[in-house]
Design a protein. Structure first.
Lengths: 265, 256
């Protein structure tokens, strides 16, 4: 699959000959240098954007539009501010025309699961970032999808809250056996959650490597195997970035520095 | 311990200011600094106000004005809402239409009214048309901006959950723009109401404007009644704004 953006006279190839397979029930994380097009990739799987060539298949069916079994969690939370917490969670079911009783029952069960019981009648503006994303996750689960797409879902939340939320998502993954796809620039986050990590190269993005993470859960970033995997993938990304630098791309030089700083921390 | 027995009555500062202004008005007029033929004392104006409030003749004029402005704003809303949504959602239409609409909006309402009266003649049609004309632009620009300000992720949410066009419109676009729409309607009502008095006089239709203009041309106490009618206009403006728009605004404040 390839994605080319054309805004004449500009022509940018965002993704080039990307091909990979997602196993049912797995937690796949997609990492790559920033701006490499990993969010574009996720949006295409969500049916919000179309590949320029190639195809995306879900259970053998060609994906050309959003699929009712594929749901999404957004970096910006994207809660509808005029709806209360429970009404936001019910959104997908309401679109499907499910009766109110059923919607409410599903929403309340999910709110219980994400620890928001008692906050169901609050409006999004009354919630913290972490709480908002809990609502976002509950909303994504409400339509009982088989695949949950998460686009930098923890990136707009403070680190402590994000850590707690990651643990919960890991738990939800274990319990529901749904397939999760998380796009992230946070390598430790990917290693903590993923069964496999898809490493993309810098623009135009290709699949650089697919790394299996076969560590027991819950995972700790101080674990020696964790550190080994981190080093390996970081090496891949660094090589990728050094390539870019040789191509004199200043923006990615900055990104490289950022990643190096993160490594040192 | 807190002393509950002594309750202080605190007037809002605007009420205090109003009392002072009214006192000065009354004093100036009664003392004769300004002759009462040019500035009737406040108590007479208030008395006239009470009389007017009980006068079916006056009330029918008020009703006529309100009906005209409501009709004008409603017509503007029906015409402008689809247009503002279209240009908000599709930038090629925005680029084609908005400059023209800005140009038309810059034309003075009253000049257009005069033209309109010479073309279609005096009467309620002219009054309602000009009322709709002046209500058009605030709705257009606020709703257009409101649509443009909808975060793109809201559209993604609607798409991911497979909302159709109509559902996207009713469950996402309309609630998103409701605060801008309210602001637009509020401004429209104000604009429309402000030109209406002049409209009524130029188009010679019944309403508060013609009532004021008639009473000012009349006899000894005409100024008193004119002032009372003008005060009524002010009170109606504030009253409508509070009672109607204020209520929606309060409801929106819960989430907005």
């Amino acid at each position: 699959m390839t994605k080319v953006y054309e805004d004449p006279p500009e022509r940018v190839t965002a993704l080039k000959d990307i091909s990979f397979h997602v196993n049912e029930g797995e937690f796949l994380c997609i990492v790559g240098p920033s701006g490499c097009g990993k969010s574009t990739l996720l949006r295409m799987i969500a049916g919000l954007d179309h590949p320029s060539s190639g195809q995306i298949r879900f259970r053998g069916d060609l994906l050309t539009a959003p699929h009712s079994k594929i749901s999404m969690v957004f970096q910006s939370f994207a809660l509808l501010p005029w709806r209360t917490v429970v009404q936001n969670v019910e959104f997908g079911l309401e679109i499907q025309g499910k009766p109110k009783k059923e919607r409410e029952a599903v929403a309340m069960r999910l709110l219980e699961m994400v620890g928001l019981r008692g906050s169901e009648n609050l409006y999004p503006k009354q919630l913290s970032g972490g709480m908002k994303q809990r609502v976002g996750i509950a909303r994504a689960l409400a339509t009982d999808p088989e695949v949950v797409l998460m686009d930098e879902a923890f990136s707009a939340i403070d680190e402590f809250t994000a850590e707690a939320l990651r643990e919960e998502v890991s738990e939800i993954h274990k319990e529901t056996k749904k397939t999760f796809l998380l796009v992230t620039h946070n390598l430790p986050e990917a290693i903590e959650l993923a069964d496999r990590i898809l490493v993309l190269s810098s623009r135009p993005a290709k699949v650089k490597s697919i790394v299996g993470v076969d560590l027991e859960r819950p995972r700790t970033s101080t674990d020696s195997e964790f550190i080994t995997i981190h080093k390996d993938i970081f090496g891949l990304l660094q090589a990728e970035l050094e390539n870019s630098i040789m191509r004199h791309r200043l923006s990615e030089l900055q990104e490289f520095k950022k990643l190096r700083d993160m490594e040192e921390r | 311990m807190h002393d509950n027995t002594r309750r202080k009555i605190v007037l809002p500062s605007w009420a205090l200011a109003l009392i002072v202004i009214f006192a000065v008005w009354e004093a100036i007029s009664v003392s004769g600094i300004v002759p009462s033929s040019q500035l009737p004392p406040l108590h007479q104006v208030l008395l006239a106000l009470v009389q007017l409030a009980g006068s079916p003749f006056f009330l029918s004029h008020v009703g006529q004005s309100l009906a005209n402005v409501t009709a004008g704003v409603s017509i503007a809303l029906v015409l402008v809402l689809p247009l503002a949504l279209l240009v908000g959602l599709r930038s090629q239409f925005d680029q084609a239409l908005t400059p023209i609409i800005m140009l038309v909006g810059a034309l003075p309402d009253l000049a257009i009214l005069t033209l309109l009266v010479t073309v279609i003649g005096k009467g309620n049609v002219a009054a309602v048309t000009i009322s709709a004309f002046s209500a058009f632009f605030p709705i257009y620009f606020t709703v257009r901006q409101g649509v443009k300000d909808i975060p793109v992720d809201y559209f993604h949410v609607a798409s991911v959950f497979k909302a159709g066009r109509i559902q996207t419109f009713t469950k996402m676009v309309m609630p998103s723009i409701s605060p801008s729409l309210l602001t637009g309607l509020r401004l429209s009502f104000e604009f429309s109401w402000n030109v209406l008095l002049a409209v009524e006089i130029i188009a010679s239709v019944a309403g508060i404007g013609s009532f004021i203009s008639n009473s000012l041309g009349g006899t000894a106490h005409s100024l008193t009644y004119g002032l009372a009618a003008i005060l009524t206009v002010g009170m109606i403006t504030i009253g409508m704004d509070r009672a109607f728009f204020g209520r929606f605004e309060n409801r929106m404040k819960r989430w907005h």
